[in-house]
Design a protein around this ligand. Structure first.
Ligand code: ADP
Ligand code: MG
Length: 329
């Protein structure tokens, strides 16, 4: 498809993210309904063209666990990325609508994300870098697919310049500045699965006598990037901004204040979250989550080991009907 603004009819606003907004559109000449992501890029034309070239890799991504690509084009000053529309939305929206998600469905989400990660890495040597519920989509056939993976190094850089990429799904080693690996995606998956199964962001009330933390998700909006820049030259300036920003998201009440930076320290220093109360979830599910959330990326399991896990395999054997499930909301 040869895509351009004039041929795309806007049907609905789907959401706002870090880098821009996503709209449901119809490509008038073909009738195809798609999701159009508009990313504002503050970069030179040459860089924009480079990004566009890098995005072409997505034409070659074919997997039932990956949102497919219809094309991308420059619409100054934006880059528009058109992709398959997930008509049941993303899993953050789904659990906010229907509440905590059934553990068998969570296992299917886990399997689908892992298969997607394995495909991206084995076939294209791509690491996703942004696994979180809003990047896991569902359609009315009950299929689960991932989107928004880091295909374009230039795009990642450009967005990092403007917005910065620290999110609350980030692994301890990433928070501490280590390189991205597939294992970092596995951590983010573990956090996301807990969030779906509990129906809330897991770093909310992890300490029993720390009720202040339970307000965290409202204040901090999980998945939104927070104020930590990787850019060194802007560091000093940034520090001040960070201080201001972390004040902005501080929690008041009970005499305790928790900033974003403290949350990141919490992720690094405290035991990883689990599915609790334990007796409400299959033992195997917590065993799987634990394997995703080892602090040490060397010990943490790889996607291929995790798809073979008993929790996943037993759930697959019971053949949960995802299409019927998806028809309930
Ligand atoms: P984020 O993923 O950080 O929420 P995005 O800009 O990537 O920000 O997406 C905004 C919202 O648009 C998402 O939360 C998701 O619900 C929705 N969305 C994104 N891509 C699609 C798609 N291909 N199909 C349906 N909904 C989508
Ligand atoms: Mg997204």
């Amino acid at each position: 498809l040869d895509l351009r603004d004039e041929d795309l009819e806007e049907l609905q606003e789907l959401g706002q993210g870090n880098g821009g907004s996503v709209k449901k559109v119809r490509h008038i000449p073909s009738g195809v309904v798609m999701a159009k992501k508009i990313v504002l890029i503050d970069a030179k034309p040459a860089v924009r063209k480079q990004i566009l070239r890098e995005l072409q890799i997505m034409y070659n991504c074919h997997s039932e666990y990956i949102i497919s690509f219809h094309g991308a084009y420059i619409s100054d000053p934006n880059i528009c990325i058109c992709m398959e529309f997930g008509d049941k939305g993303s899993f953050d929206g789904i659990y906010k609508k229907i509440g905590a998600i059934d553990i068998d469905v969570v296992a299917i989400v886990a399997m689908s994300v892992l298969e997607g990660l394995i495909y991206l890495y084995d076939v294209h040597r791509i690491i996703h870098r942004d696994i979180k519920p809003s990047n896991i989509l569902c359609n009315s056939k009950g299929q689960v697919k991932i989107c928004d993976f880091g295909v374009s190094g230039e795009l990642i850089n450009s967005i990092a310049d403007t917005f910065v990429g620290t999110s609350t799904y980030m692994s301890p080693e990433r928070i501490q500045g280590a390189q991205y690996t597939v294992k970092s995606d596995v951590w983010s998956l573990g956090i996301s699965l807990i969030e779906l199964a509990l129906g809330r962001f897991p770093f909310a009330d992890s300490e029993s006598d720390d009720s202040d933390l339970s307000d965290l998700e409202h204040t901090l909006s999980p998945g939104r990037p927070i104020s930590m820049s990787a850019k060194r030259q802007a560091k000093e300036d940034k520090k001040k901004k960070d201080r201001r920003k972390s004040k902005g998201v501080s929690l008041q009440g009970g005499g305790m204040t928790m900033s974003i930076l403290e949350l990141l320290q919490h992720i690094v220093n405290e035991p990883a979250p689990r599915l609790t109360p334990e007796d409400r979830y299959p033992v195997e599910s917590n065993n799987f989550i634990e394997a995703c959330l080892y602090k040490d990326p060397e010990v943490r399991k790889a996607p291929k080991e995790l798809v073979a896990h008993a929790w996943i395999q037993e759930t697959l054997d019971s053949r949960p009907d995802m299409e019927t499930w998806a028809s309930t909301f």
